[in-house]
Design a binder for this molecule. Structure first.
Ligand SMILES: *Cc1c(COP(=O)(O)O)cnc(C)c1O
Length: 234
């Protein structure tokens, strides 16, 4: 093992340890908090090191970049998640390559994913991205109409809704993100009660390098972590 490998192995160990501590610290089973290593802008060689260090879920933001990496790493038994903004004209590849798409925020996109999934006889798992802070600059559906959107999406045969995703505003003090995580969890429970077909409210994708401890305390099941694993991006 060379120095670089040791570095990334240690970082992953550290992150997994903190995830475990955050979960047990608030009485949750750490098994239900999974790490998505966010590898956007990270070259294939470093992603390979992370996989060899035990990472099994990888998050990518850009289709073209993901395509190149996934091709090179296709022999590894890992799961690729799409966490960036998805344009409908990229839906075909997204369905082909990604086990979970975290960022569906419109019926238009869901319809295209459904169409592409049907062509390859796949049931595509998705999360609904919610703009929980209602910032104008953010992607995601308004929380007030999230139930309506999911009701419409639940009718699509080749789409399975697995939960919700959000990105709160950036705060220096992560404690300030807590109310947004709480709000997403509340919305999650509200939607679960509607008990719609093909809607399984099991995942809450929230928490990044700066705030994943707080997100776990508020119910995150998928934490999306880049910087703490791969270091600062350029
Ligand atoms: C880049 C990114 C992350 C990872 O952010 P870090 O702060 O590097 O952990 C998580 N989620 C999304 C949607 C991202 O774009």
């Amino acid at each position: 093992m060379n120095h670089e490998d040791g570095h990334i192995v240690k970082r992953i160990e550290y992150v997994n340890d903190r995830i475990k501590k955050a979960a047990t610290g608030c009485g949750r089973d750490p098994e239900f908090v999974r790490l998505v290593a966010v590898s956007k802008t990270i070259p294939e060689e470093r992603v390979r090191q992370a996989i060899e260090a035990g990472v099994t879920l990888l998050g990518e933001n850009y289709i073209q970049e993901a395509k190149n990496k996934i091709d090179l790493l296709s022999h590894y038994p890992v799961s690729w998640h799409f966490i960036g903004h998805l344009q409908t004209n990229k839906a075909k590849y997204a369905v082909k390559a990604f086990d979970l798409i975290h960022t569906v925020d419109s019926l238009k996109l869901a319809l295209e994913l459904d169409k592409q999934a049907r062509k390859i006889n796949k049931n595509q798992d998705i999360l609904i991205q919610v703009n929980i802070s209602k910032e104008l600059s953010k992607f995601g559906i308004d929380p007030n109409v999230t139930l309506d959107l999911i009701r419409q999406i639940s009718k699509l045969k080749n789409i399975v809704v697995r939960g919700l995703m959000t990105m709160p505003p950036f705060f220096k003090n992560p404690e300030q993100a807590r109310p947004y995580f709480k709000a997403l969890n509340n919305l999650h429970h509200f939607i679960k009660q509607a008990d719609m077909p093909d809607v399984y409210m099991e995942e809450l994708s929230m928490g990044m390098t700066g705030d994943y401890k707080i997100a776990i305390e508020e119910g995150a099941t998928l934490v999306r972590i880049g910087t703490a694993i791969f270091g600062k991006r350029n």
